[in-house]
Structures are given as C-alpha cells and as structure tokens.
Design a protein around this ligand. Sequence first.
Ligand SMILES: O=C(O)C(=O)C[C@]1(C(=O)O)C=C[C@@H](O)C=C1
Length: 98
Amino acid sequence: MPECKSLAEVRENIDRLDRRIVPLLAERAGYVEQAAGFKATKAAVVDPARIEEIILKVRHMAVEEGMEPDLVEHIYRSMIEAFIVFEAKVYRKIKPEG
Ligand SMILES: O=C(O)C(=O)C[C@]1(C(=O)O)C=C[C@@H](O)C=C1
C-alpha cells in the first residue's frame, strides 16, 4: 500500500474504496433479501451457526491480508446485525402471516 503524503490523500483513497464497497454491499443486500424467501419461520432469519461460519472465514481472510482479525470480526458482526434487521423487515413484508 503506498504511503500517503496528506490526510486529503488518505481520504481520497478511503472514498475510492467506499465507491467499490457500497456496490458490493448492495449486491450482498440483494442476496440477503432473497434468503428471507427461503426461510420457513421468522426465527430462522437469525442463523447463529451460519454467522459463526462467516466470522471464522473472514478472520482467516483478514490474517491472509495482514489485517487485524478482531477488526474484521467486529465489522462483520455489526454488518450482519444490520442485515438481520433488514432481512426481518423483508420477511415481515413477504410473509406477514408468519
Ligand atoms: O445466510 C443466511 O441465512 C442469511 O440470511 C444471510 C446472513 C448474512 O448476512 O450473511 C444474514 C442473517 C443470518 O442470520 C445469517 C447470515
């Protein structure tokens, strides 16, 4: 990673990465939305085993990238929590009776 010469340059790079991250989050949200349709109950929206599987996977990926695994775990737990709220909302919309 190149060394930045100023905070402005740091922020330019963060903005450049955010322009890549947000479309990926939008794509992920599309799949989370679809997941709601495959769940038989509202309780199934939260799948602790799957969450732990993802955390383990991204922690390994972080180590390979030279990133602090606790940081990626924190980010992913927060992100999945937000996606669960989103998925629960989708579930209520598509299966209001369930
Ligand atoms: O894999 C699922 O079942 C999903 O609904 C996706 C997802 C995620 O954001 O990755 C969201 C909620 C679940 O608790 C687990 C994982």
